[in-house]
Design a binder for this molecule. Sequence first.
Ligand code: CU
Length: 715
Amino acid sequence: MTFHRRTRSVLFASAVGAAAVIPGLSSQAVAAPTPAVQNAGLERLAGDFPECWEQYTTGENTGEFRLAKGAGGKNAVEVELTQRTSGFKAVVQDKACAVKVMPGRQYDLELRYKSTSDSPEIVLFRKAAGKWARWETLPPLSASKTFRDATVRTPVVPEGTEEIRFGLALSEPGTLTTDNYKIASAAGELKCKGPECKKGKWVVRSFAGDKGVRAIHSVLLHNGKVLMIAGSGNGAGRFEQGRFTTKVYNPKTNKFTNVKTPYDMFCAGHVQLPDGRVLVMSGTEEYAQYDPQTGAETAGWIGSKKSYIFNPKTNKYEKANDLIDGHWYPSATILGNGDVYSVGGYAAQRAANNGNLVSPIAERYSVKQRRWLNENEVAQPGINWATYPSLMLTQDGKLFYNGSSVFSHPVNADGSLRGPGFLNPTTGAWGALPNNGNLRAAASRDMSASLLLPPAQDQKVMIIGGKNFADNNAKAIRYTDVINLKAGNPRYTAGPNLPYGTVEIGQTTQAQGGGAGKTYVSAVILADGKVFETGGSQYTRSEHVHEASILDPTKQAKNMKWTSVAADPVARTYHNTAVLLPDGRVLAVGSNPDYPGADGDSFFDTRISIYSPPYLYKGARPKITSVKKGWKYGAKPVIKTNSKITKAYLLRPIAVTHSSDPNQRLVNLPVKSLGGNSYRLTMDKRANIAPPGWYMLVVRTAGGQPSVAKWVHIS
Ligand SMILES: [Cu+2]
């Protein structure tokens, strides 16, 4: 039986007393009205559908609404989606039965549901100035075979809000049954029920045909969108045809914008310049060639000398001058003055034996002169940096090579492994740490993740997992190691092993074990200042591991602990990236296993997974209500929030490829309360702690709930 949408005019029996505001008292001091959901159990019918409830559809999809057996009483409503192109179907309170609410307050919404979908969402509407609109999106719930409770807390009700209404939405084929709705004024801590409360929740978005993108490079722009660069996307056929791709992805609308891509940026380097444009250097001049019989490489890769700058305002690439040499897999580190230093990768020509030739050239982009400098303008240490070496800016302006690289590791003149050490980008002076800085398994750190742990002021670096790519039989490792760069003689010490996940072997999924870890790991600083790692495989582009975990980086290395959380349902191997979004979610994209795709080019999974960390299920998120956009070093900006906060920090937006983003960092901003939810923050004086550019300002409650970010510019 199918119902048609109907709206009833039901006499509105106000359960909400007129909320008189007494002069001199804040709204918080007024006794809380008791809101209520009418026909909460869906028992009273108006014709063939529960009174006070409506069938709500957005986008293009087919399906139906029907009565089903209730969770407690007689009735519930079942929604079935049979086909979907876009949008959702939802059971929502109708306008006549909306709930009166008080601005400045928060409400806890409760309901019971069961669903085949692993991402039903509570939808929320609010009425202001007589007009209804979708309010904020709440994090997704999980699939459940039997009725379960779900409770979410609304954001603070904005000024001018008269009423709200809510319901549950289904946005993928399947069924959803809902019943027993409740609303209450929020008090105390939200009691979150369900697996997502502790483990967070992934939602996967699929794109048919060429609607997705081979996102080998992901860069968060200061408009909240993600620049995804494929170039030829590791497809020799695409390279031959000159099919180079870049897309800008909007995580809010799930839509892509195509960007004209002037050359093959596959395996380029990239970093946001101080003005927020993205400097892209090198890429592929020529693909390698292979013996069709043996698969052996008969000719190496050639790196491009080209460089362009992506402008988020116009969605266009602007040409920069050429590099001195080609750098296929270059590093890209922003310095304290905004210049960009880049080394490593394969040169603009092959080696004498026709194989790969690592470029010995150091490149420097001068922000002031708006150009790449000439060879005689950059100190040339002549080091073989191999491919995507991770060079991090330290507080004294040096670059710390942390021991993480891709495919192979940097080498000394005699061919031996070049371990961690410090490089002076101005003089070219290099100082190695003795004994590889005590980094364990230093030759097994190919495709490891590395990051400057929060806060940047602590100058601690962590390296996570990796594998020895010179040995095909070597398994990825579980080690994490931490070094304190502020120590007199910095040395790595052992951190906690990566937890075991499940691993795809052939057609089976097995429990991981035997000391195996992950290579192609992605690591992201979360909006609450913790570290999140996800994705990876045990072997070269095979045996993919489903595992993700979170760590508190403020402890001593020996006391740190990974807490396992929900794993990405999509296997993410070679060419995966992960990005923290301004709303505190994490986007994971890309996977390029070692078997060919339908088009003959290597297979590439274009699905995007979005992770909602546990902090999104704790309810009450603070909100930044007022902040100045431009900050100078050492400034003491005053911000306003809608509730009490204890911490504030800046997060540098991610620009990542091949597990490598040496510029990712969290800068702590000491907080002084001025009363009335006003706070004075202190911006660090040192540009080497926070290189110039756009940052996400996030504030946090004592309970660990982070705000949505506001963009601020540091200069
Ligand atoms: Cu690659």
